[in-house]
Design a protein around this ligand. Structure first.
Ligand SMILES: Cc1ncc(COP(=O)(O)O)c(C=O)c1O
Length: 387
């Protein structure tokens, strides 16, 4: 073919779990029952009040663009959320509504990175981040993290790994895939280490609404001069609506506005209108109820995984994932996941989707399915490893 494909695409890794999902769909089409423990989105529907707000808006028919930074009323509600949840006053002008946290990550990274600039990331971590950086001709430095640092970067790791081209750090807490949370004290020290080097901190807080036993601490409680990413996808059960947000420092408002105008024009209007109901008391209650259910599932899954022989050094404190060490059973988690699917009809995500170090001996289990399904899946896994 004459047309050339941009070289940067070669460095972008696919989601390996998609191959697995494809095979799972084929098996389902053949009539096999598949238990899905790989899916990274809540199994609950979008709360009713949000759907009604979306439908009411659509019925009126005026589905036009919103301002690039988002509906003023929604930006205000988000600023109000930081005040009521975190006792932090932020100006709505710092809130940018985006197509998912994905849009927010792209927006913020585009506002920060020049070609060749390096960002420090935890390995294991959410894979799209390094691909966004690659897309912007930046460089990601993946730093292996383990149970001793709760699978997060900390001040020491930042200091040891800060290189000549390093410009900043991106953290996600609770982490995808480990569900572990960075403590406030560690976050404070990490922030100091970054600031000492005049770098930036991006804090992806997309799973903040799903921290179980203690209050979530937003990085915005510590400082104004950093970037926070969040989304309606996970805690509000709105993955398909494609709606998230970024909070940026004052000095980045103008640049963020320009980038939003050009790359998105605006996030989907009906999604923004629907999300106005996301902070209603009725929705808040429903979300809390769901959080309780997730926590019970986590406890059950954790206990069963340990019983079966997986190793999970830290009880995850949030999100809906457990990242388990499967080295007792295999040194090739990808093959293990493929065989588990073929033989027992259970779909889980191999570690290779999340990083380099330790990926072959880890699997991510998502508890985004009912407890009965989890129980069935775990019995099958037990049979698989026993037989
Ligand atoms: C850590 C993390 N950040 C960002 C995203 C993107 O979410 P969305 O674009 O649906 O808001 C995800 C999705 O799984 C995630 O796990």
């Amino acid at each position: 073919m004459e047309m050339k494909i941009a070289k940067r695409t070669a460095g972008i890794s696919p989601f390996y779990v998609m191959e697995l999902l494809c095979r799972a769909r084929e098996l389902e089409a053949q009539g096999r029952e598949i238990i899905h423990m790989e899916v990274g989105e809540p199994d609950f529907p979008t709360p009713k009040a949000i759907i009604s707000a979306g439908i009411d808006f659509l019925k009126r028919g005026h589905v036009h663009y919103t301002p690039a930074a988002g509906l003023p009323a929604l930006r205000e509600k988000i600023a109000g959320y930081y005040m009521s949840r975190h006792a932090v006053k932020i100006s709505p002008s710092r809130v940018f509504i985006t197509p998912g946290a994905s849009g927010a990550l792209l927006l913020v990274l585009a506002a920060l990175l020049d070609s060749g600039d390096e960002v420090l990331l935890a390995d294991p971590g959410y894979p799209c981040n390094r691909n966004f950086i690659q897309l912007l001709n930046g460089k990601s430095r993946l730093i292996p993290v383990g149970a001793q640092s709760h699978y997060h970067l900390d001040a020491d790791l930042v200091e040891q790994n800060w290189g000549e081209r390093t410009c900043g750090v991106l953290i996600s807490s609770p982490s995808n895939p480990t569900g572990t949370v960075i403590s406030q004290a560690k976050l404070e020290r990490l922030l100091q280490a970054v600031k000492k080097r005049h770098g930036f901190l991006i804090s992806d807080e997309i799973y903040h609404g799903l921290i179980y036993e203690k209050p979530a601490v937003s990085a915005l409680e510590l400082d104004d001069e950093l970037f926070v990413i969040n989304s309606f996808s996970k805690q509000f059960g709105m993955t398909g609506w494609r709606l998230g947000w970024a909070v940026v420092p004052e000095a980045f408002i103008e640049a963020s506005e320009k980038i939003s105008q050009n790359i998105f024009i605006a996030a989907a209007t009906h999604s923004q209108q629907a999300a106005l109901a996301a902070f209603d008391p009725e929705t808040t209650l429903e979300i809390e109820r769901r959080k309780e259910i997730f926590m019970k599932r986590r406890d059950f899954l954790y206990r069963r995984l340990i019983e079966i022989g997986f190793s999970v050094p830290i009880l995850p404190e949030g999100a809906f994932y457990i990242y388990a060490d499967c080295s007792r059973f295999t040194k090739d988690s990808y093959q293990f996941c493929m065989s588990l699917l073929e033989e027992e009809g259970v779909a889980v995500t191999p570690g290779r989707d999340f990083g380099v170090v330790g990926q072959a001996t880890h699997i991510r289990f998502a508890y985004t399915t009912e407890k009965e399904n989890l129980a069935k899946g775990l019995d099958k896994i037990e049979q698989f490893v026993g037989g």
